[in-house]
Design a protein around this ligand. Structure first.
Ligand SMILES: *Cc1c(COP(=O)(O)O)cnc(C)c1O
Length: 456
């Protein structure tokens, strides 16, 4: 009973305020309110200390793809911890779960990916890539290839290097970022443009911004280009179809390494194992995290192409980089169990052929709401745009915070989605049932109505 009592009541909220500095939070604002305390979860639902059941259409933070309460994952962690809770992979050591996972990753990833470097998170993975990209060009005898091109409004994590790779201006303003050697070009966000071009024309133009930057800086100084196949935190920005093929052409033409940030899109979110599979790109690096363990334990890594990995191996010399938790045995055991779930239950195919198309169809019906200017969804990664004027696609005044108003209605009506400005984004778990998809879209419609009333 004690455990139950401890789960609920205002004490958690008070203790939280007293002692816990939350990530990505306006602390003063939070102190005026109270945190929502999530106590447990099952399937697609989370439960809070006030007894509310909430459909988690964000899969936690884009990660609990296999859903909550999966005994296979829990047992895999427990069994591995009993056997070997920790050992490192420094000093020419390894252990079965890290090796087995490396092999499994080779099987599910594109053919040029045969090796993996483990980290603890997506941010660390991108830090690793900054180091590894520069190390690669050093070994190739082109040490002046240092610059990495990224995009405005990209999200690549929150450490110093990852936040620098990202294109989030508010993050850059805090802490003097980006670090040197990282430049940002336009994102392929057609809805955010002036709509004077077709999406296909706009996609080509956005890709060619990379080429322009390469020519301005000099191809001999450009190390790599990094992009999320579909930008997640930036607002589920689905690039026009012309974008990725042109990016691949440019990377090939100028010998620039391609980094496909698969932290959200990896492990089935788009109905293919990786975003690179979906868009047909051939990256040299694929950072991953989130969905690899369905979030049950923290794990990240970087899949490295043969040409890069073989250079590191053949040319030799120590690469002075690694983490205490690189290839953590329990996290690797959970990742193996999670990939087995994805395979055995055909969840990637389910996203592609069943729940993906089912939810997409429902989702697009939200486009008929007077407040919605665009809907988009690939696999189980979607967004809708709230507009003031459906014809001109004009936005509301930013200060109104309409997206946040809508988001608050959503969660108070039992549905977690996220607001990125006036863009509402969703990424439900792959086990989402048809009934839950119906529920998601019904609540969303109702909350759009409530939002419309609230701002009138
Ligand atoms: C979440 C995210 C990251 C950062 O991952 P963390 O595990 O939070 O460090 C990096 N890239 C993308 C695309 C992400 O969505």
């Amino acid at each position: 009973m004690a455990a139950l009592e401890e789960r609920s009541g205002p004490d958690w909220q008070e203790l939280d305020k007293e002692h816990y500095l939350h990530p990505f939070t306006d602390h003063k604002d939070l102190h005026k309110k109270k945190s929502r305390i999530i106590t447990h979860a099952e399937g697609s639902y989370i439960y809070d200390a006030d007894g509310n059941r909430i459909l988690d259409a964000m899969s936690g933070l884009w990660c609990v793809n296999a859903g909550y309460g999966r005994d296979e994952l829990i047992e895999a962690a427990a069994a591995q911890m009993r056997e070997l809770p920790y050992y490192n992979s420094f000093f020419q050591c390894a252990h079965p779960p890290s090796i087995a996972l490396a092999k499994l990753l080779q099987e599910v990833s594109p053919p040029q990916m045969n090796r993996v470097f483990f980290t603890g998170s997506g941010s660390e993975s991108n830090d690793t890539i900054v180091r590894m990209v520069r190390r690669y060009w050093d070994l190739m005898g082109q040490p002046e290839r240092q610059t990495i091109i990224s995009r405005h409004n990209a999200y690549h994590g929150s450490t110093v290097a990852a936040a620098s790779l990202g294109g989030m201006k508010p993050m850059h303003r805090q802490g003097g970022l980006p670090i040197p050697g990282i430049v940002h070009v336009d994102q392929p966000y057609w809805f955010g443009s002036d709509h004077s071009q077709t999406p296909d024309e706009f996609g080509l133009q956005a890709a060619r911004a990379i080429e322009t930057a390469i020519n301005e800086i000099g191809a001999d100084k450009i190390a790599a280009f990094i992009g999320e196949p579909i930008q997640g935190a930036g607002g589920v920005i689905v690039p026009p179809d012309t974008y990725w093929p042109e990016v691949q052409r440019i990377c090939d033409e100028y010998g620039v390494l391609l980094i496909s940030d698969e932290v959200i899109t990896g492990f089935g979110r788009l109905g293919e194992w990786f975003g690179a599979d979906f868009y047909g790109t051939r990256p040299d690096f694929m950072p991953f995290a989130k969905g690899v363990t369905s979030g049950y334990l923290p794990l990240g890594g970087v899949l490295v192409s043969d040409r890069v990995a073989e250079t590191l191996i053949d040319k030799g010399g120590e690469f002075y980089h690694g983490y205490t938790y690189s290839g953590h045995p329990a996290a690797c055991a959970v990742a193996i169990a999670n990939i087995n779930i994805l395979r055995n239950e055909g969840l990637v195919e389910r996203v592609k052929n069943d729940i993906g198309p089912y939810l997409q169809k429902k989702w697009h019906s939200l486009g008929e709401h007077p407040l919605v200017g665009e809907t988009r969804m690939v696999g189980l990664m979607g967004a809708f745009e709230i507009v003031q004027d459906k014809d001109s696609l004009g936005r509301f005044d930013e200060d109104l915070g309409v997206g946040t108003i809508c988001r608050d209605f959503l969660v108070n009506n039992g549905l977690v989605m996220r607001a990125v400005g006036d863009t509402i984004v969703a990424a439900p778990p792959f086990i989402l049932s048809h009934a839950e998809a119906d529920e998601m879209v019904e609540i969303a419609w109702k909350c759009l109505d409530l939002t419309q009333k609230a701002i009138e």
